[in-house]
Design a protein around this ligand. Sequence first.
Ligand code: ADP
Ligand code: MG
Length: 684
Amino acid sequence: MTELHQAPVSLLHGVGEERAKALAGMGIESIADLLEYFPSRYEDYRVRDLTEVKDGERVTLAGTVYGEPSVRFYGKGKSRISVKLVMDRVVVTAVWFNQSFVKNRLAPGKEVLLTGKWDKHKLQITVSEMTEADSERAAKRGELAPVYPLRGDVTHAILRKLIMQALRQYGKEIAEILPADIVERYRLMPRAQAIEAIHFPADAENGRQARRRIMFEELFLFQLKIQTLRRINRQQTEGTALNIPMEEVRQFVSSLPFPLTEAQKRVVKEILDDMRAPHSMNRLLQGDVGSGKTVVAAIALLAAVKAGYQGALMVPTEILAEQHLQSLTSLLSPHGVQVALLSGSLTAKRRREVIGALQMGLVDVVVGTHALIQEDVFFSRLGLVITDEQHRFGVEQRRILRNKGLTPDVLFMTATPIPRTLAITAFGDMDVSTIDQMPAGRKPIETTWKKHEQFPAVLEQMRAELRRGRQAYVICPLIEESEKLDVQNAIDVHAQLTQVFPEFGVGLMHGRLPAKEKDAVMQAFLAGEYAVLVSTTVVEVGVNVPNATYMVIYDAERFGLAQLHQLRGRVGRGSEQSFCVLIADPKSEIGKERMRVMCETTDGFELSQRDLELRGPGDFFGTKQSGLPEFKVADLMSDYKALEVARQETARLVAERSFWQEERFHWLRQYLRREGVLDGTVFD
Ligand code: ADP
Ligand code: MG
């Protein structure tokens, strides 16, 4: 097959310079590219029996022309032809739009095959393709014809001919590339057979088997790359093996006001094991809102510090930085760990002091926004970086650190529960730790969905909660009134609620407030000076006010499920029953379904899976930053089991010495080189 990757398509009869160029425009340069240009679907030319065809279905029917065709012209260049045909002794009407030329082919008595859309009520087919029953193409009877994504001048007919020719001339050279034991274990169709059958399936089952084999191969090759990258990363000893004094870690854990959950214990072990290993940790820690990630982070930081290193915690916003500073200081400083803040809100003088202290090793743990690792900030011995709620710590950030001579362990924390399917795809080269258990005694948040007109009643329920001494969030999608959008804005709602609740303090929070003011508002809410906080989504991540038990989310249909879940996670953080009210009048069925899903479950992983199903994977992370690979045949939603199998099999394979040495794996190693994953790296 390597040879077929090097054989240009111009070797084929009928491919001159022009056509080669057109094919190149479709990404087809070699014979292998052509053979791997898979159809996106099949057109069903199998002649169907009228009685079994459903309304609106696209079908092929056989019939005899009966009576004269009638043509009607209307508008500019528009026409409609209709003719009666007999099919199985039923009289049926066939209709063509803007194809007046077919009239001459419709002599009475002629037998034809018509492909098009069936209208059961009118007994009518709207034809898109017609074949005379005695023509050569009628041999297509009983066939599933592939439909390819086309571009430029290359038509289906051309493509089919070329592929047929390539199969005839080079089909014997299509070698099996998957390991024989895998082909056998998963009962996969052999490669040569599958490539032929995906283009020209003998029947539906044959086509399905071909697709299954090629889907698996795609996922297998994808995972092979990822698992190889992982192995290379692990092989590099440029990371630091931390010598963690476990006794001190244990002491710290037993000093906590609560016992760790089993899930927390498990992930702590995974993280510490990784920190002790000589490679750089590259781990994702996912856990639902409130599952207790901060404590886990604190344990990891303590372990790094006690092993003689510094730690950094990077967060996306100043509010979060402040909050983490507080919780880490109260957790860690009794154990002799110096924690400092480094963020945009510091004065120049304070900033210089902190930077100096970091450089001299006087600060053990620094908390800040991503500016933390940049420019003039130097560490004396950075061993661990933890990022909270941002996936953006990637290759570039590692490079900056490496240039400073630092190769720390990195832990990514996220409360956006990523369905496992996506996690092993998008973050496939990372190790994943999951906290899949809530601390004991939590009451699930009671969520309800109300229409806008019910808002006054919601406010009364809220007043009752406030009278009990509880606090409430009211979330709005916008800061100010917008001419374009008819949605609630925080400033107006704040003014309104100040009137509705004269007896309570109502605060206002949004992203455009200066950092100092945001801080002051947050502190006042935490201190209980405000009973109600009207806010935009700036309170989305991490904010922790356990006395807040009531949340109203205005225009909830404007938020994604993952985001709603994040917002909702601001309540339900104490021992009291909490409530979340979604105010929304969604128009679409999907919108309504999303509101229902929110009310049904508080399990972030289930929500994200449902979100994925409702929106599709492209949308899940927002299309642009998704970083999800595109597959020709595989589909992450329906083929996730195969993805998991591929992951296990490839991880096993690249760990074996034989894979890097034996001739039978030559093709796969070549593939890794072609894909730029291996450049001279050899394992032994
Ligand atoms: P996350 O960051 O995962 O959303 P936090 O770390 O902020 O969650 O934890 C939420 C709350 O639960 C905090 O008040 C924390 O002190 C508490 N908590 C964490 N772990 C436990 C535990 N094992 N048992 C009881 N409470 C816990
Ligand atoms: Mg958190």
